[in-house]
Design a protein around this ligand. Structure first.
Ligand code: NCD
Length: 312
């Protein structure tokens, strides 16, 4: 695998083999992420965090990853504090930033922003979420969580619950699950179904895909329940949002008849979709998932910024 110098805009930019190798590298990074082992592979590197949309986990886990590897960060955490307020374009902002840093991690409200940034930048761009588009590094840590729980990514039955229309995490994850040969069950309110172009692409990729609007039925034999938040900020019409707000909630009663080893995942933040009582059950995997963001992002940055490797 050589990801050296490459952009990561979409999960499609990575082959199945590259994903597997990244996950293996991430497992080795766990002690470094926990602080029980030190590393300095990014000692001379600066990574820019260009976040033009709210973020807690993604930005802080990227920063933790850089700092645990001895690198430094330049951070934009608030678009209002940059010259974009004065009308500077994203293109110019990124072009300039790429002369200050060795790589740029970008989050932006517009779908396609990361692709544009990759054209503007002389350095690698990592997409940390572009509107309702893609969130490939979230997918890597989602896969790491499933692999840790089940030892495999093949043959799992994964229910994707919630906002499948605007949720970028599921847009990236579904494609990766198809690549690994897991079964995908789509469960959403009718107005938030997975857009047709995504479905068609998944079918073309050979996905085992079904739709089950009834969450109880969807959960029969499921290994993973992947819950998403309704992406309120993406709705153009507030009434459309209110029509679906609170339409699903995962609690212990819902999980009662499921497989004992079923894991509940969520990219977080949650906004009422998972009752706090679930946190105390062995099903809850979302806090482990949030931790695994650090070793996964370490492994990725090491590959992108590390020395070129041949034949590996
Ligand atoms: C997600 C996102 O930003 O797409 N959060 C995250 O990165 N962990 C999910 C969300 O905001 O609902």
């Amino acid at each position: 695998m050589s990801l050296h110098g490459r952009d990561l805009v979409s999960i499609r930019d990575l082959s199945r083999e590259e994903i597997e190798q990244l996950l293996a590298a991430a497992r080795k990074m766990i002690p470094v992420a926990e602080g029980s082992k030190t590393a300095s592979s990014l000692a001379d590197k600066i990574v820019a965090m260009a976040f033009f949309e709210p973020s807690t986990r993604t930005r802080l886990s990227f920063e933790a990853a850089v700092q645990r590897l001895g690198g430094r960060c330049l951070t934009i955490a608030d678009a209002g504090a940059t010259s974009m307020r004065k009308g500077e374009s994203l293109y110019d902002t990124i072009r300039m930033l790429s002369s200050y840093a060795d790589a740029i991690v970008l989050r932006h409200p517009n779908e396609g922003a990361a692709r544009l940034a990759a054209r503007a930048s002389e350095r690698p761009i990592v997409n940390a979420g572009d509107g309702a588009g893609q969130h490939p590094t979230q997918t890597l840590l989602d896969l790491a969580t499933m692999q840790e729980a089940f030892g495999t990514l093949t043959g799992l039955k994964v229910v994707l619950l919630g906002d499948l229309k605007y949720g970028r995490t599921v847009h990236s994850l579904a494609f990766a699950l198809a690549q690994f040969g897991s079964e995908i069950v789509l469960c959403s309110p009718p107005s938030l179904r997975l857009p047709d172009d995504h479905r068609e692409e998944l079918r073309r990729a050979g996905a085992r895909l079904s739709v089950e609007p009834d969450v109880r039925r969807a959960l029969a034999d499921a290994d993973v329940l992947y819950v998403t938040r309704i992406q309120k900020e993406r709705f153009s019409d507030e009434e459309e949002y209110h029509a679906v707000a609170g339409s699903y909630r995962v609690d212990n009663a819902l999980l009662a008849g499921t497989k004992p080893r079923l894991i509940v995942m969520h990219p977080l933040p949650r906004a009422g979709e998972i009752a706090p009582e679930v946190d105390e059950t062995p099903h809850a995997a979302y806090f482990r998932q949030a931790f695994l963001a650090v070793p996964v992002r370490m492994a990725l940055l090491n590959e992108i910024l590390g020395p070129t490797r041949r034949g590996g």
